[in-house]
Ligand binder design. Structure first.
Ligand code: PMP
Length: 284
């Protein structure tokens, strides 16, 4: 049984309790971060902290724990659960208040919950990670840049993808791909340029996206941050996704159309290798 963290305590998972009046339960009024673990260490913890603070600020959500407090809690949970590879999920909600749309008083205590999941992140060869995606209209609210727990639509899209015999969905607004249901989306054009949508309120500002684009630029790869259409994606030489737990994973089919050779492409393979290498070195 796992040990989890809830509001200052480390408890067996079946003893942790959250109120039915928690605003995340009633209003989706909560945010989260998922940090991957390699060799028992946290990957890009400062990046996740920076995004947590951004989400808190955008939602005007008070929060009193420091980054050092959160780092200590993450490390303690990784140790208590013996995680060598996997992830730490952290959720912060606006707390518990009688049901009312208005935000409660500023001194309402947050609910803070963390738990770990063991997951093999690096063992599989890249060929086994090749994904088939379907496209779906991006029907999420218009603040996809805030990492809230309102994940119903991504959940629906992943279920639709599975029913269609695919692995995941790419979301499309006005003909242009925004991002994957739980990852950022990329293509490699015929002339070798990596294209991914520019940062805005339309997409989550992926921590892995930031690091992977830095790897690409260091490797002298050409990068364009701009919207691309589904048509352009279907004609691309390669496609791939990034996220904290999938790192860089190739996409080999979009709506049944085979991309490139139909296997993991060289750009995705190189970026995955370099990203994992750098992440291992910098993990803390
Ligand atoms: N976009 C969406 C919609 C996501 O849910 C995620 C992962 N939570 C990402 C992108 C990737 O972000 P990160 O690299 O920080 O995991």
């Amino acid at each position: 049984m796992r040990t989890v963290y809830i509001n200052g305590e480390f408890l067996p998972e079946n003893e942790a309790r959250v109120s039915i009046f928690d605003r995340a339960f009633l209003f989706g009024d909560g945010i989260y971060e998922v940090t991957s673990v390699l060799d028992g260490k946290l990957v890009d913890f400062p990046g996740h902290m920076a995004r947590l603070h951004r989400s808190l600020k955008e939602l005007d959500m008070p929060f009193s724990l420091t980054d050092q407090d959160l780092l200590d809690i993450h490390r303690e949970l990784v140790a208590l659960n013996g995680i060598d590879e996997g992830l730490v999920y952290m959720q912060v909600t606006r707390g518990v208040a009688d049901r009312d749309f208005l935000f409660p008083a500023k001194d309402t205590a947050n609910t803070v919950v963390l738990f770990t999941q063991k997951k093999a992140l690096t063992a599989k060869p890249i060929a086994d990670l090749a994904l088939k995606v379907i496209t779906a209209e991006d029907l999420r609210w218009r603040r996809a840049d805030i990492k809230t727990v309102q994940l119903l639509y991504p959940s629906m899209v992943k279920t639709m993808a599975k029913k269609a015999g695919a692995d995941d969905g790419w979301l499309v607004r006005d003909g242009f791909v925004t991002e994957g249901s739980s990852n950022n989306a990329y293509i490699v054009t015929r002339d070798g340029t990596i294209v991914t949508r520019d940062l805005s309120t339309d997409i989550l500002h992926g921590i892995t996206r930031h690091a992977v684009l830095e790897c690409a630029r260091d490797l002298q790869m050409k990068v364009e941050e701009r919207p691309f259409t589904v048509e352009e994606a279907k004609n691309a030489r390669e496609a791939f996704i990034t996220s904290a737990t999938s790192f860089v994973s190739p996409v080999v089919e979009i709506d049944g159309v085979v991309i490139g050779e139909g296997t993991a492409g060289p750009v995705a393979a190189k970026l995955r290798e370099i990203y994992i290498e750098r992440s291992r070195q910098a993990a803390q």
